[in-house]
Design a protein around this ligand. Structure first.
Ligand code: TXA
Ligand code: MG
Length: 325
């Protein structure tokens, strides 16, 4: 495995690997992706294999922009308005598969829909354009673990399972894209992420939160949201307003409680964008010997707070599973 600076030559090399059916890790504005040719069943199978990901959980296809997306999905008026505002950027649309869409069936787990987004990171854009392919890319970590926001996180998580990592530094947004289902009458937010619920509603009006839908509306759910995810190896305790000496504290705001073994502050000024950008790296930094548990201060449930709290709840929910082994 090699970690390389993104240059014209290394991006060409990565594009060649993609054409040969290989996988490559690359930076996006949200998290690092593990990319493969979305039209090649073997390449897509190699992604699932490297991640240890269950095959019922479909992947996002990455394209340069709205024009290219229309080859792969049945575009809609809402998609058009949202793309004008958010693309390239951290918003993924779930839309019906286009007729004769070349996206591999394995990439969409056999669903009649495709998740698609145009990332804004210049290295992601350069790679997609150099390869001239839609790139299927989940987050570049082993399935269920904390998402990578730096090249060294990818190396630590995937090791020799990935031959080449393009190092674009830290991902500026820090949480994954918002996944928005546009297939029904009312748009449904399947996964909160880098584009906020409020900002999306400002463009297209009411958007339902899938978490708020009655159970049984499985057709509008995101398969990947069924699993526990984003889990460090230590237990996570939420809504902490005090700490014990064996805990590592993930703090937020100017007044963290004293007494933790170690404290890492997501944003001393209480800024949610800064907190999102720091979230996964700080969770990893606290997940270390000498710390018995990770305590997390309350984070406001507005704007990017929805995405941050979603990831934290999933990290905390995995504790039972880990103790059971
Ligand atoms: O920011 C991101 O979205 C990152 C970067 C690399 O682009 N990618 C990412 O991919 O987070 P992944 O595979 O970790 O998450 C994709 C999510 C999963 O929850 C999956 O279930 C959902 O999108 N998804 C994919 N295709 C879908 C579909 N056809 N219908 C509903 N949900 C879908
Ligand atoms: Mg992921």
């Amino acid at each position: 495995m090699r970690i390389v600076e993104p240059t014209a030559a290394s991006i060409e090399e990565a594009a060649r690997l993609l054409h040969e059916g290989g996988v490559v890790a690359f930076p996006t504005e949200t998290v690092y992706g593990l990319g493969g040719d979305a039209t090649n069943e073997h390449a897509v199978a190699a992604i699932f294999e490297a991640k240890g990901r269950p095959k019922f959980n479909p992947l996002i296809a990455h394209v340069p922009g709205a024009r290219e997306a229309q080859r792969f999905v049945q575009w809609s008026n809402a998609a058009d308005r949202l793309a004008a505002k958010f693309w390239p950027g951290p918003l993924t649309f779930v839309l019906p598969r286009a007729e004769r869409s070349p996206i591999a069936l394995l990439a969409t787990a056999g669903l009649a829909t495709v998740a698609i987004r145009a990332p804004s990171h210049p290295v992601a854009q350069a790679l997609i354009r150099a390869a001239d392919l839609p790139i299927a890319a989940p987050s570049a970590n082993r399935s269920g673990s904390v998402s990578p926001t730096r090249a060294d996180h990818v190396a630590e998580s995937l090791g020799e399972r990935v031959p080449l990592i393009l190092d674009g530094g830290s991902c500026p947004v820090g949480v994954e894209s918002t996944v928005l289902d546009l297939t029904g009458e009312t748009p449904v937010l399947l996964r909160p992420g880098g584009a906020t619920h409020e900002a999306i509603q400002a463009v297209i009006g009411p958007v339902a939160l899938s978490a708020a839908l009655p159970t049984g509306s499985a057709a509008r759910s995101s398969p990947g949201q069924l699993e526990s995810h984003y889990a460090p190896s230590r237990p996570v305790r939420l809504e902490a307003t005090s700490v014990s000496p064996d805990e590592g504290l993930l703090a937020f705001g100017p007044y963290p409680p004293a007494g933790a073994r170690m404290t890492s502050n997501l944003s001393p000024t209480g800024n949610l964008a800064e907190a999102a950008a720091n979230l996964f790296a700080q969770m990893r930094a606290l997940d270390r010997p000498g710390i018995g548990r990770i305590a997390v201060m309350p984070i406001p449930q507005t704007g990017l707070g929805l995405a941050i709290n979603d990831r934290l709840r999933r990290a905390a929910a995995d504790d039972g599973a880990k103790r059971r082994g």
